[in-house]
Design a protein around this ligand. Structure first.
Ligand SMILES: Cc1ncc(COP(=O)(O)O)c(C=O)c1O
Length: 480
């Protein structure tokens, strides 16, 4: 028995080193792997049952198999030419934090299960608020909660809105007792997690009013006011206004200042979904776009986007953390109530993964100045791209970037193909080289390339190479 225990310990060091070597290679030599590997073989595997192994196997063998499998269907987010949905190359310090938190198996769900984890969780929430310049009240509980991602943070915000505005009686007796027909407002470019959450909360998707946007992807304020008035006239009860602080498609930021006053005029909860863009709210260069974020009752931030930490961490910041307690408090006869802060009383999950340690370590490692520099790098790169596009007569810019997202298309093409077709063909051809990954955006019925600068190492040379590759593909198509 003693021998086995020793073996397990030594396995951890030897095999852990194999894993670290794999990560080192993926981080420092990302060009060794395709940006997006073809995954045809994996599809077959998905459709065929895999049987649970009955006998065990050496750890080293399993690690090799796991690594080989991952690289057979690998989305290379560490590659500087990965321009897909906002998935970052994670900072090594954050990864080490995650490992430490999982390895020691601490949970910030309850004080008794992780006092240190609870404290670090609360500190990290404060640091995010400070980083984005969101002021909240000083109380006994943290002003926010970590979640598995932006969708869960948005869903939690909508629950706060529902409970506060429709009345807490509803928490016990359910929606059937409510005499109100609730309505929620968001721009047509807002994230789909909002209507998923409305369904989940029993409010129904139809209560969402998706308001038209202007040519820059920002909510149209007149249309919003019109819709609210119409709804009130027919007896509806507006409960929540969602402003978007960086749309997924174009990175557009709503006029939060104006939305804050609309929400106040109609006694609505004001939530800002700044999952992607919120980290730019306090950067001197971008602060003006986010003016009014401080009027929000709650804000969603996804650190696993432009704070460069691994997936699985979102957060909901609140002006007043006691709203979370009022909406999520629960107890049981087996739970001895002491005066300790138990974070399971502030969100849906009970036991949960300790997600904040990696981010806490990253904040300490980089400092807010270091983080700002990384954000500036991504913006500098996106402006270089916008300038390149504008200097190229075949290309057409959709709009000047606000955040590190740039949308453009091939605007003229002499041959028989339609503009949309040529854009689609070039996007596919570029991606199939395995050297670049850009996505397509359908903007008002037309296809555009969507390039998101997710990696703080992506620089102007990478952008020049991407533009050259696009122009090269156009030439090849011209020859056909
Ligand atoms: C604006 C916005 N809100 C919400 C979400 C959902 O976040 P998650 O995918 O972490 O659930 C996203 C994801 O991209 C987003 O861009």
């Amino acid at each position: 028995m003693e021998q086995n225990i020793e073996k397990v310990n030594s396995d951890l060091i030897d095999n852990g080193q194999k894993v670290l070597a794999c990560l080192e290679s993926a981080y420092n030599h990302p060009e060794k792997y395709q940006v997006l590997s073809s995954s045809h073989g994996l599809m077959n595997r998905l459709n065929n049952p895999q049987y649970l192994p009955q006998e065990g196997c050496e750890m080293g063998v399993i690690i090799e198999e796991a690594i080989a499998t991952i690289f057979s269907g690998y989305c290379n987010v560490s590659h500087p030419q990965y321009y897909g949905y906002i998935s970052p190359k994670p900072l090594p310090i954050s990864l080490i934090g995650d490992l430490l938190a999982s390895g020691l198996n601490q949970t910030p769900g309850a004080w008794r299960a992780g006092p240190a984890a609870t404290v670090i969780e609360a500190e990290t929430l404060q640091w995010i608020s400070q980083f984005i310049g969101y002021e909240n009240s000083i109380g006994k509980v943290p002003n926010g909660i970590f979640t598995s991602g932006g969708s869960m943070a948005n869903a939690s915000a909508l629950k706060l809105a529902r409970d506060k505005i429709l009345g807490r009686d509803l928490q016990d007796r359910g929606l059937a007792v409510s005499k109100f027909q609730p309505t929620v407002y968001m721009s047509a470019e807002g994230h789909f997690s909002i209507w998923k959450a409305l369904d989940f909360l029993g409010l129904g998707r139809n209560c969402l009013r998706r308001i038209a946007v202007d040519e820059n992807g920002r909510i149209n304020l007149n249309a919003l006011q019109e819709q609210i008035k119409q709804d009130i006239q027919v007896g509806a009860k507006p409960i929540c206004l969602v402003g978007t602080g960086g749309t997924s498609a174009t990175g557009s930021v709503d006029n939060l200042d104006a939305l804050g006053s609309v929400a106040r005029d109609y006694d609505m909860w004001f939530h800002v979904d700044a999952a992607a863009g919120g980290v730019f709210a306090n950067l001197p260069e971008t602060r003006e776009y986010f003016q009014g974020i401080n009027l929000a009752d709650s804000v969603t931030i996804d650190p696993c986007k432009w704070l460069f930490v691994p997936f699985g961490i979102g957060c909901l910041l609140t002006k007043d953390g006691s709203e979370l307690v009022k909406s999520f408090q629960a107890s049981s006869h087996y739970w001895e109530e002491l005066s300790e802060p138990d974070l399971f009383q502030m969100g849906l999950p009970g036991t949960r993964q300790w997600r904040s340690l990696g981010l806490w370590m990253a904040f300490k490692h980089l400092g807010s100045n270091g983080y700002r520099q990384l954000l500036r790098n991504t913006r500098g790169t996106v402006f270089h791209l916008a300038e390149k596009v504008q200097s190229c007569e075949q290309l057409e810019l959709l709009q000047q970037p606000t955040l590190p997202v740039c949308c453009f298309r091939i605007g003229n093409y002499p041959k028989h193909l339609s503009i949309d077709e040529i854009n689609r063909l070039v996007q596919r051809a570029i991606t199939e080289t395995g050297k670049y990954y850009i996505t397509l955006l359908d903007w008002r019925g037309s296809s555009y390339f969507r390039v998101s600068i997710n990696n703080f190492r992506t620089n102007t040379q990478h952008i020049d190479s991407l533009i050259d590759a696009i122009l090269h593909q156009i030439k090849l198509l011209n020859k056909k």
